[in-house]
Each structure stands twice: as C-alpha cells, then as structure tokens.
Design a protein around this ligand. Structure first.
Ligand code: 9MR
Length: 464
C-alpha cells in the first residue's frame, strides 16, 4: 500500500493562526426536511444541474478502503489529487519524474467519469530538499522544467491546475519561499506562462487559504490577479481553499467571490472543510450545516464560481485533527460514513440554492460594539450591479436567542428568526459601485449571520 513520508517541518504556520474557534451552541436550526430531489440525487448531480461541479479530494492510502471508494466514486463529479501530484512525489530528485501514485488517482477518477483538478505545481511545502540547494541562477529553469514536465505529462486529462499555492502571508506580503527568495516576485507569472505553454486547455489557478473573505491577504491576491490580467499573464482562476471554522464563515465571502469574478477569472472553492471543537454536539452539527449551506449558496450566487471541492469527504480521512488538536468533525460524512446534517444542507442548497433573486447588491455585516447580552452592528449595502438600483432589501436568519430591537437608516420587518431590513427611502438609490449603511441593535450573542443576502428593488417578500 502506498504510504506518505512524514510531512516536512515547514508546515503552514499561518493556517494555525485561524485555529481560534468561537463556537456558539444551539444556533440556527437546520431544516428538518429537504427537497425531494436532494434526497435522491448525488451532490455531483445536483451541482451539475446548476452548471457546477461538486467534488472531493482523495489520497492514495485511502483507495484500499472499499466503503470509502464506493462513495468517492458515486457521489462526486470531480476529484482532486490530495497529495501525490506535489513536487515531493513527482520530482523527488532533480530530473527524475515519477507519476505512478498520481496516476492511480487519475485513472480511478476517469474510470468513474469524474473530472480532475491538478494540485499543485509550485508550493513551498512538500518540496523535496534538493530544491533548496539549487543555485539562485538555476532555480527559474528548474521550476519551469518541473512545470513543463508535469503539465505535459497530464495534458488533456485535467480540467484545472493549481499552478502556484499559498504564496502570500496573512498581511498580504509575499511568503519568503525559496522561489520568492531566489527568483523574486516574477516567479508566479513565470510559473503560469510555463503551465500555459505545456497545456493550453487546462484552466490555470492561483490557490490559497484565508482568502475567502475580504482582507489584506485576499486584497494582495486580488491586486496580483488584476495586474496579471492587465499584463496578459495567463491566469484563469482563483482557488479559495476554504478551510473554515464553524460559526466563522466570512460574511464577505460572496462579495469577495464576485469581485474576483469581475476581474475576469473563475473562482473555485478548492479545499472546503468546516471544523469544530470536539466533541461534536447536535448544536455544533447544526451550526456547521448552516455554514456549509451558506458557502454553497455564496458560490451559486456568482456564475463564475465554477465548483466546490471538499478536502476529502469523511472525517475518517480528514487532515484537521492531526494539525489542529482538539478540532475536527469538519466534513459532511462522519468517520463511519454516516451523512451529517452538513450533507443535507449542501444538498438542499445545491438543489434550490438561488439565494438572491434580483441580487445586484451585496450586504456586509460588521459588529461595532458588544456587551453582556447585546451588540450593535453595521451593514454595508453595495450596488455591485452594472446599473443603478432603486431600493434594496437585506435578509438574514437570527441565531437562537438573538433578536433585533432597533434599526437605523433602514426599515425592519421580522418573521420569527427571519429578518428583513429595507432601505429607509433616502438611502434606497445607489449608483454603480455606490454603497450605504444601516445599523441595528441586537439582543443575544453577537453572532455574524452566514446567510445574509441582498436584493435590489422593493421585493414584497424576503428575497432569499
Ligand atoms: O491533505 C494534505 C495532507 O495529507 C498533507 O500532510 C499536508 C502537508 O502539508 O497537505 C495537505 O493538503 C494541504 C493542501 O495541499 C494545501 N492546502 C492545505 C491542505 C491541508 O494542509
């Protein structure tokens, strides 16, 4: 059986910074019924009906588990090779290439009629140590040769390549990888050019974590993509890994996907999992299910969000517990292959997920103050449509124990836990790119809504 050598010591430190978990118990109830269609169709089929793929990463050691491969082969439309396309495996010593393990996964996916994402060509991690010793003057040639050889080898068999992975720090600066240090800023553009030359048809992605919400890191990636598009560097997509934490899905996810799409690139959620502090409880499962549904809806809301991949599908093979001790249960199937509420939330969102009929605006939520038992928040409403809008309505679901008792610069209606705030008249017209804010005071925990949606016009009922 194929086994991995132990990972090298330089594991991604930044990822650990996201380990802080603020789980809120007993939050939004998960719908106990889900559409009939979602009961019978697979996640892959439901996504395909929406013009997207829904996939899973997998890894060679798991392929001898027949319970595992049965679901892997039937439920998903797309597969990502979780480890064995990385440099460590494919060019373990200089100029010696080995695709045996990667091909085992690609062959299996093809036999199941699944598309495959290639992951990943240039990454500071899982890099064989010989690369560190390449003289600075030779590294660009070595990098190009690695890319050319691997992309050429798989030409015609992969839909996407993660060409460069995790090249930015949390503050938006460039990670000081061996490529950055010895080649300089240009190495990313050079990597994309080499990949395009080797396979003109595979879509070429930049892939990273903690770029799901708007912030310094995603801003830096955004600026890079913008400059690549301006300079004709061949980039086709941005992969948001989406290693998320239950209760902490970035409120700006949809807006962020949309701003990348507006640059003229596709977006894929490439490594989705939503972890929690163990042990699992019904309340944490419910929170996680809501979050999975919201992530799927955010992708479906933007036509250039082309697909979603789980970073493996069962807790049995999740990477999370070994890297974040005390956390886990991050995937929609448990370690015994039972479907969790998250599975049904994904299916329901894929089945009917059209979160913002009318759409045309985004709502971004920010907690502005909090105290024992209450909080205030500000919501920014932005016209991201190509024409002015007249009137808007923002909807979201309150968590258990939450209520809204006062709104300013907006008009509130509430139906149980479903809240709608419409414009106040004087702030209803927004030019292209224009924005306004409303504020509210809430009772209960200052949980950030994960399903906040905005629709333009004056819908007579909630838009979501
Ligand atoms: O799932 C992968 C795990 O088996 C490896 O030990 C680890 C080594 O860093 O890489 C994991 O996958 C990572 C992916 O390639 C890039 N984004 C973060 C993923 C989780 O660490």
């Amino acid at each position: 059986m194929f086994r991995h050598p132990p990972p090298r010591g330089r594991r991604t430190v930044g990822l650990l910074a996201t380990a802080l978990v603020t789980l809120s118990a007993g939050l939004t109830a998960v719908a106990s019924t889900h559409p009939a269609h979602a009961d019978t169709a697979t996640l892959g089929e439901l996504a395909e009906a929406k013009g997207r793929y829904f996939g899973s990463a997998t890894d060679n050691p798991e392929l001898s588990d027949t319970r595992y491969t049965r679901i892997l082969g039937s439920e998903f439309g797309q597969i990502t090779v979780g480890n064995t396309m990385k440099w460590q495996y494919t060019e373990p010593s200089r100029g010696r290439f080995d695709y045996t393990a990667a091909e085992e996964v690609v062959d299996l996916a093809e036999s199941n009629g699944q598309s495959v994402r290639g992951h990943t060509l240039v990454w500071h991690n899982q890099l064989p140590s010989w690369v560190d010793d390449v003289p600075a003057g030779e590294l660009l040639g070595v990098m190009r040769n690695h890319i050319t050889h691997e992309v050429d080898h798989f030409e015609g068999r992969l839909i996407h390549w993660d060409v460069v992975n995790e090249a930015f720090e949390e503050d938006g600066s460039r990670r000081r990888s061996v490529f950055q240090q010895k080649i300089g800023d240009s190495y990313i553009a050079e990597a994309f050019k080499a990949a395009r030359a080797a396979d003109p048809d595979a879509k070429l992605y930049y892939n990273d974590y903690n770029i799901e919400g708007i912030g310094p890191k995603s801003d830096a990636v955004y600026e890079m993509v913008k400059s690549f598009k301006a300079q004709g560097v061949p980039i086709d997509g941005v992969g948001m890994q989406a290693h998320l934490i239950a209760g902490q899905v970035p409120a700006s996810l949809r807006q962020n996907i949309r701003r990348f799409a507006d640059l003229g690139v596709d977006v894929a959620l490439t490594e989705l999992d939503i972890r929690m502090t163990l042990p699992r409880t019904a309340a944490k499962d419910a929170r996680q299910a809501t979050d999975y549904g919201a992530v799927v809806e955010a992708c479906l809301a933007v036509s250039r969000c082309v697909g979603i991949t789980l970073w493996d599908y069962t807790d049995k093979y999740s990477w999370v517990p070994s890297v974040f001790p005390g956390q886990g249960a991050a995937l929609p199937w448990d370690e015994n292959f039972a479907k969790k509420p998250a599975y049904h939330a994904i299916a329901a969102a894929l089945d009917d997920g059209s979160p913002t009929p009318g759409g045309n605006c985004t709502a971004t939520h920010r907690v502005t103050s909090r105290w024992q038992g209450g909080f205030t928040a500000e919501v920014t409403v932005e016209n991201d449509h190509t024409a002015p809008i007249t009137g808007w309505a923002v909807t979201w679901t309150l968590s258990d124990g939450q209520s809204v008792d006062h709104v300013w610069n907006g008009a509130l209606t509430a139906d149980g836990q479903n809240v709608t705030v419409r414009d106040a008249g004087y702030n209803g017209t927004l030019g292209v790119g224009g924005s306004t804010t409303f504020g509210f005071r809430g009772q209960g925990a200052a949980d950030v809504p994960t399903d906040m949606a905005c629709a333009s016009g004056q819908p007579s009922r909630t838009p979501a």
